[in-house]
Design a protein around this ligand. Sequence first.
Ligand code: NAP
Length: 265
Amino acid sequence: MRTADRRTVLGLHRSRHRRDLLSDALDLGVTAIDTASNYLGHHSHRTLATVAGDLLPKFSISTKVGYFEDGHSLLPERLRHAVEKTAKDLGHEPGTILLHNPEHSAPDAETLTHACAALVDATAAGLCEHWGISTWDPRPLVGLDAPRPDVLMVRSGLLVSNRVLDAAEALVTWWRPAAVWGMSPFGGSATAPVWARVEPRTFLRVPAATTVQAAFRVAFALPRVDAVAVSTDDTGHLRELLGGLAYEIDTEVLRSYRQLLRQST
Ligand SMILES: NC(=O)c1ccc[n+]([C@@H]2O[C@H](COP(=O)([O-])OP(=O)(O)OC[C@H]3O[C@@H](n4cnc5c(N)ncnc54)[C@H](OP(=O)(O)O)[C@@H]3O)[C@@H](O)[C@H]2O)c1
C-alpha cells in the first residue's frame, strides 16, 4: 500500500509463506513482497510458486541472491545461475533482484563491480526488471565503486546505529540509486525488550498512533527511504501498520535525534 510516497513491502524473512496472508495483503493493497533465495531454508521461491503461483503476477516481487547452501559467494557465474534459477523456481520473472549482503564476503571494488555486473547483465537479458544491492551493514561498502543500482536496500528505523545510518546515506550519495528501500523496522521483533524503553510516538506531529505504527512510520524517515520491507505473519498486524502510514513526522524531533545520535558515537 502506498500513502504519498510511502510503500509497504511485505518481507518474507520470518514468514511461513501462507497463501492466506499473501491474499490478505493484496486485499489490503500491499502489492510488493520481498524474499531471498535462502529464505525458508532455501525453499522460499519454490514454496511461493506452489502455494500462491496464481497470486504472484499480482505482486511486484523483489528477491536476493548471494547466499547459497554452501555459504555466501559473489562469483558472477554463481550469481547468474542463481538469478536464472530464481525465475524458474518462481515460475515468474521477479521485478527486482538484489545482491544480498555483499559485505558478507568483504569484497574489494573489483569483486563488487563484477558481482553487480552479473545482475546488470541478467537485467539486460530480461531475467528481471531491475537490480540492486541489499546490505545489512553498509559500512564496509562505503567508498567502493559499483555500477549505479536501481535499488539500494538498507536497514531503517529507530534501532539503526548512527554509524550504519551514516554509511547508508554515504552509499546513497556515492551510488545514486534510483530508489532507496528500508528494511527490518523492528530489528526482527516488535516485542523485544528495547521497545519498552523507547517512545516512537515522540517523532510524530500528532502522537495518536500506536507504538508499532509510530516505529514503522519512523522507518521511512531514518534514513529517508521510498519503501520499507516489514515481516509479519499476521493480517491484523499488517492492517495496523498500514493504518499508521498517514501520520506525519515531526522533522525537528528527527533532526535533534540524529544530532544526539552523532554526539553519542
Ligand atoms: N540483509 C537483508 O537483505 C535483510 C535483512 C533483514 C531483513 N530484510 C528484509 O526486511 C524484512 C523485515 O525485516 P525483519 O524480518 O528483520 O523483521 P521486522 O520487520 O523488523 O520485524 C518483524 C517482526 O515484527 C512483528 N510485527 C510486525 N508488525 C507488527 C504489529 N503490527 N504488531 C506486533 N508485531 C508486529 C512481526 O510479528 P508478527 O508476525 O506476529 O506480526 C515480526 O516478528 C524481511 O522480511 C526482509 O524482507 C532484509
